[in-house]
Structure formats: structure tokens, C-alpha cells
Ligand binder design. Structure first.
Ligand code: C2E
Ligand code: CA
Ligand code: CA
Ligand code: CA
Length: 276
């Protein structure tokens, strides 16, 4: 009776009701979009501290026939709630590996890496390792040019299973970064057990630092941690020359942000590299 009462409340709450149906509509729309190939990857260049191109991060967008280009911030959470992230994530991974395989034949691009965002739901699937290895072998991509970006909360769930999956992929050559580092609940006690090669400092700290906030101390702490754990450190969301000077001074190894480049559609990325 209690449960029925609760669902009755939900049913007659017009806000909740419209939210539920909006979500259901979005799920159907996602399914159709995947079949119609409406997703595309944009690529944000990653830079070394002296401005050399180090690679790109693949960022998914949805080219909706009526609504135009939709941000992942809008549809990734829905895709995660509905498990649509599984086929979508597999598509992103394969597409990124296709780019790596195209790049392998050109000496200007052969050393560049491609970073791919991995959702917790995707990573914690039992066949995740096999999926990544299949994407690599199907496309002929070099495993050591692929970097998977994981979040702190993902790493905290099922630590044993996580260690095992990461070690198997690492043994195949794949590298890992911790995304948005500093925003989650990282425990220093497990970080050193994981084969992580990069910490990506969340852009909120870079911004806070440039406004004189505590972000500066956090950036300093993450750089020191990276040094201790032998991980490179990348500063996210660098938009101004001042921010670049700051993260350079603090000892970051790489940066990413509008100052170097916005995320680019494939043809603009090709032009970016050619101009380079
Ligand atoms: P993220 O992984 O932290 O990606 C960085 C986001 O910051 C991107 O937003 C990028 O466009 C934006 N950005 C880069 N430089 C700057 C800057 O200088 N200033 C500002 N203000 N923003 C900057 P985007 O592309 O909208 O992606 C949002 C989030 O969606 C990503 O955050 C990531 O968590 C998620 N996402 C994107 N693609 C995928 C994907 O293929 N799979 C999964 N699971 N998640 C994805
Ligand atoms: Ca990322
Ligand atoms: Ca990030
Ligand atoms: Ca983020």
C-alpha cells in the first residue's frame, strides 16, 4: 500500500510526470539516433607546456535533425540511466580507434594519442576489457596511443575488479587518466595501486586559482601527488595566457582548453594538424 501510495504521488505530480515522459522520449530518441548515425565525435587538441600537440580528447555530440547539435552534458546522463551508454560508448571507442589507425600511417600523427571518456556503467561491465581489445584489433589501432579517461568515483567502486581490468588493459599497452581529478572522493590509499599514468586537474580549480581562491593550493597539491606517484599532470580548461603561465609555473606537464583549441569536428582537426 505504501509503494502504491508513493507511485500515486509521482503519477499525479505534474513536474515529475513531465520529467518522466521527457526521459522516456529522450531514450527512444537516443535509440533512433544511434541507428541513424546521428552521433559524431569532436576532438579537442591536448598540448605540451611549450605548445606542442600531444593528442586529442574525443568528445561526443548529437546532431539532432530538429534540435541541432546537442551537448553531451544533456544526453550522457540519460544514456547512462537507460543503458544506452553501452552501445553509444562502444561506438565512441571504435570511432576513436579508427582515428588512431588512420593516424598510424603518417609520421606527423603517429605519435599522437587519443583520449576517450569511459562511463562507469561501461567500465564495470564484465566484458569491458574484451570490448576495448576488440575495438583495437578490429581497427588496427596502436594500443599504446589510446588513453581511457576514468572518474574518481568509478575507481572507488569494486576496487579489486577495477585493478584487475586496468592491469589487463595496461599490459596490452592502453593508458589511463583520472578525469576531473580533485572533484571526487579520491582515496590516496588506492591511487598508487592502479596503473594510472595521468591526472587531469578539473578546470574549476584552474579558474578558482586565477581568481585568487584555494584552487592554487589544490593545483600545487595535485602536481606534487603526480610527482610522487609518477603520473603526468594535465590542466583542464585553460582559457587565458595567465592561467597557462600559472599551471606552467606550478609544474603541470600538459594542458587543454580554449586557449590552445576548442573541440573540433574531424575536418577542422585535420586543418589544425596541417597548419601545425
Ligand atoms: P570532460 O571529460 O571533463 O570534457 C571536457 C569538457 O570541457 C568538454 O565539454 C570540453 O568542450 C570542455 N572544455 C574544454 N576546454 C574548455 C575551456 O577552456 N573552457 C571551458 N569552459 N570548457 C572547456 P563537452 O564536450 O561538453 O563534454 C562534457 C562532458 O561530457 C565531458 O566532460 C565528459 O564527462 C562527457 N562526455 C563527452 N563525451 C563523452 C563520451 O564519449 N563518453 C562519455 N561517457 N562521456 C562523455
Ligand atoms: Ca574527459
Ligand atoms: Ca575533465
Ligand atoms: Ca568535467
Amino acid at each position: 500500500a505504501k509503494a502504491a501510495g508513493r507511485s500515486a504521488i509521482c503519477f499525479f505530480d505534474p513536474v515529475m510526470q513531465s520529467r518522466v515522459s521527457a526521459r522516456a522520449a529522450m531514450e527512444a530518441d537516443l535509440r533512433r539516433a544511434l541507428a541513424n548515425q546521428e552521433f559524431e565525435l569532436h576532438y579537442q587538441p591536448l598540448a605540451g607546456m611549450t605548445g606542442e600537440l600531444a593528442g586529442v580528447e574525443a568528445l561526443v555530440r548529437w546532431r539532432h535533425p530538429e534540435r541541432g547539435l546537442i551537448s553531451p552534458i544533456e544526453f550522457i546522463p540519460v544514456a547512462e540511466d537507460t543503458n544506452m551508454i553501452l552501445p553509444l560508448g562502444r561506438w565512441v571507442l571504435t570511432e576513436a580507434c579508427r582515428l588512431l589507425s588512420r593516424w598510424a600511417n603518417d609520421q606527423r600523427t603517429a605519435s599522437l594519442e587519443v583520449a576517450v571518456n569511459v562511463s562507469a556503467i561501461q567500465f564495470h561491465r564484465p566484458d569491458f576489457v574484451e570490448q576495448v581489445l576488440a575495438a583495437l584489433s578490429q581497427t588496427g589501432a596502436r594500443p599504446d596511443r589510446l588513453r581511457l579517461e576514468l572518474t574518481e568515483s568509478l575507481l572507488l567502486k569494486d576496487v579489486e575488479g577495477t585493478v584487475e581490468k586496468m592491469q589487463r588493459l595496461r599490459a596490452a599497452g592502453v593508458r589511463f587518466a583520472v578525469d576531473d581529478f580533485g572533484t571526487g572522493y579520491s582515496s590516496l590509499s588506492y591511487l598508487h595501486r592502479l596503473p594510472i599514468s595521468q591526472l587531469k586537474i578539473d578546470r574549476s580549480f584552474i579558474w578558482d586559482a586565477s581568481r585568487g581562491g584555494h584552487g592554487a593550493a589544490i593545483v600545487r597539491m595535485i602536481v606534487a601527488l603526480g610527482k610522487t606517484l609518477e603520473m603526468s599532470v594535465l590542466a583542464e580548461g585553460v582559457e587565458t595566457a595567465e592561467q597557462l603561465a600559472f599551471v606552467t609555473e606550478e609544474g603541470c606537464h600538459y594542458y587543454q582548453g580554449y586557449l590552445f583549441s576548442k573541440p573540433l569536428p574531424y575536418n577542422e582537426l585535420v586543418a589544425f594538424i596541417a597548419r601545425y
